[in-house]
Ligand binder design. Sequence first.
Ligand code: IPE
Ligand code: IPE
Ligand code: MG
Length: 237
Amino acid sequence: MDKEYKIPKHVGIIMDGNGRWATKKGLKRSAGHAAGYKTLKKLAVHILNRGVKYLSVYAFSTENFKRDAEEVNYLMDLFVNKFREDKNFFMKKNIKVIFSGLKEPLRNDVWESMQEISEMTKNNDGGIFNILLNYGGQNELVEATKKIVNDVITDKINIEELNTENFYHYLFQDLPPIDLMIRTSGEVRVSNFMLYQIAYAEMYFPKVYFPDFNEKEFDKALDVYNKRDRRFGGIKK
Ligand code: IPE
Ligand code: IPE
Ligand code: MG
């Protein structure tokens, strides 16, 4: 009997290789980021149309502030411009846009554009698009710990009630665990991406740079995912 085709509920993508994509073409790194955004816009719609309920994408890590001011500013401008420009696009596609990460040290205009798009799309129910911006996984766990300590000292929870399930409520966004994690560009590392949520994720590391990770490439990832045997520590029957 044919097993039915499995669609992961939550997909995570570490969008890596924009800079190398551009350099290889003799372009500036910024051109790679612009191309990466174009790819992301199409890809997000495709992935959520395939039946994935939650898509989390790594757009900017807390560590990415180490880059030159020119590149950081280019990326911040790109975020502001695209969130403002594409609010209506995501409305039309019925996609709810949310963010994970901290406000500081983001520029005010970046933070405001994030608020605007998430406010506008908050009632959409055609899939959740979680953008990780100024995000770090260790940071998320430290922030969660602070919230928990606060809830304990203000008697909101009894410390004994805390468990691996309700721990998710304390993360930046309360989303299910990641089923499929993809990192483009051939790098095989996690780089501080959703450390709690990837505990049992299947991982896929295609060689293509992110701007070339199109709908067809994603469908290949789905095929690979379907061949994986997820055991969660149990034994195959
Ligand atoms: C990913 O591409 C985008 C961000 C980190 C913002 P990179 O900019 O890391 O591209 P490479 O890894 O240098 O090629
Ligand atoms: C991870 O990519 C962060 C994002 C994709 C936003 P990096 O390019 O920053 O990661 P490292 O430095 O290669 O680990
Ligand atoms: Mg990189």
